[in-house]
Ligand binder design. Sequence first.
Ligand code: TYC
Length: 103
Amino acid sequence: IEIDKQGATTVERQSARLAPPPMYQVILLNDDYTPMEFVVNILERVFAKTPEQAEQLMLKVHYEGRAVCGVYPRDIAATKVEIVRQLAQSRQHPLQCVMEPVP
Ligand code: TYC
């Protein structure tokens, strides 16, 4: 709603379609100490992967150094990063999880 200097009002309907939100990749990084089974568990519970998908993705991180675990709007990506960090810290594992804007 706009009100001009004469006091006249203009009401413009907002565009029916909103731009899609910016998306972020959540990435797991390899290390030499976090147990494979712990990473598989994270991928199943935090990223909703099947046991088979989780195993494959864990091995991709293990051999290639990093892998994208999922792509989400900012707040959801940030929450997943925080959950992974807390789970890793609670078991004293050095597992690293980061988010990056989708290029
Ligand atoms: N490299 C670890 C090991 O050999 C396994 C691992 C996989 C660690 C993925 C972190 O994000 C990771 N136990």
